[in-house]
Design a binder for this molecule. Sequence first.
Ligand SMILES: O=C(O)CC[C@@H](O)C(=O)O
Ligand SMILES: [Zn+2]
Length: 470
Amino acid sequence: MEPNRHAAQFAELIGAANVLTSPEDKAPYLIEWRDLYQGVTPMVLRPGTTQDVSAVMKYASENGLKIVPQGGNTGLVGGQIPLENGEEIVLSLGRMNKVRAVDPDGFTITVESGAILETLQHEAEKVDRLFPLSLGAQGSCQIGGNISTNAGGTAVLAYGNTRDLVLGLEVVLANGDIWNGLRTLRKDNTGYDLKQLFIGGEGTLGIITAASLKLFPKPKKLEAAFVGLANPLAALKLFSKAKAQAGPVLTGFEIMPRVGLEFCVSHLQGARDPLEGTHDWYVLMELSSGSEAFPVRDLLESILGEAFEAELVEDAAFAQSMQQVQDFWHIRHGMSEVQKEEGGSIKHDVSVPVASIPDFLAKAIAAVTEFVPNCRPVPFGHLGDGNIHFNVSQPIGADKEAYLANWDAMNEIVHGIVHDFNGSISAEHGIGRLKRDLLKGVKSELELDLMQRVKNAFDPKGLLNPGRVL
Ligand SMILES: O=C(O)CC[C@@H](O)C(=O)O
Ligand SMILES: [Zn+2]
């Protein structure tokens, strides 16, 4: 590669100020927030329009340059970080953050891909609507990244994954062509649904530059409880009862172990234990309705009252204000980042059928504890979706590097158990660089071949996020 020549050409195309080449300017785009990857790149490009992205890709394609699209750089599988060989150019979508259209009557919004998720949530609120996608990184992640990784989060239970929220996409292809698929139709049964390939495509098939998304009624009543329980089986029984009685009004159901709550209380600003006594497990349960008239609080109290009678629940704190609802969610959303404060953490983003969660947890906790005595399992997350973040913190006082050397072997143990339950080794974070080698073990040859053929059709020169996913 001749970086200086290419940088000068890109400067002609998108403006010199949008071609970052100094180490200080590039640094934020090269660090992965969990410290798993440190990338190297000759330059970071910051296009401001779809035409800019198209011009960049046309030039890249003609010159065989590899491009790594990046949103808010909050991804959890390293897909957004360039390789250490310095041969990949980062294309950051952050400047493309305009809201193009809001249609409250049709319940849609169209935004550019660099829009921050939280901004999108606020734009929906302004017109008395809800954009439901919700996750810990919402203050910095970008919607293009959310779509490219088909992000999950804490609202999947009621509203589905990101895939379910997308109506249309605008995508720049590997050769610079612009595909305008920005439709807002609820029904469009005209052949292959191409947008589905880019959703969760992790930037390997095209660069998403804008999206039309679904909006929902804004909840008028919202209640939450922080519940203490003895074990995951009690949590499952509570989930099943709540889902049966509340149906779509059940909008959150997250499980956390005591050790995770303790990490939050120690390291997360503003977090305090909502309950007086201690419990081995906790559930954050949320009910909400778009109707003023729906007795949400009564329903929550009745579900938990009955669960208490049935000895499923040991104690519960009901949020008394919206601030308290947010305080409960602050604990849950902070649970990922606080694990960094406790030394090394080996991650597994897995799913199993919902009803298998208690058995899965029992087996996986026993197995990792046998493998690394005194390790601290912190399994938490989206019980209602069958998705557990089976993260395992190092033993207190252990050497971090030595502990992290167990990563692959521990993955193999946990993923083996996931396999026995017919689960998935990547429930919501994607494949990226982290799980690329594992994909071969969980997909059939036919599936891998079909995926490779799709990749070849969209990106014949292999320039878009190469080595991610496949
Ligand atoms: O830390 C993790 O592994 C999970 C991050 C995120 O998906 C969450 O649910 O908080
Ligand atoms: Zn999650």
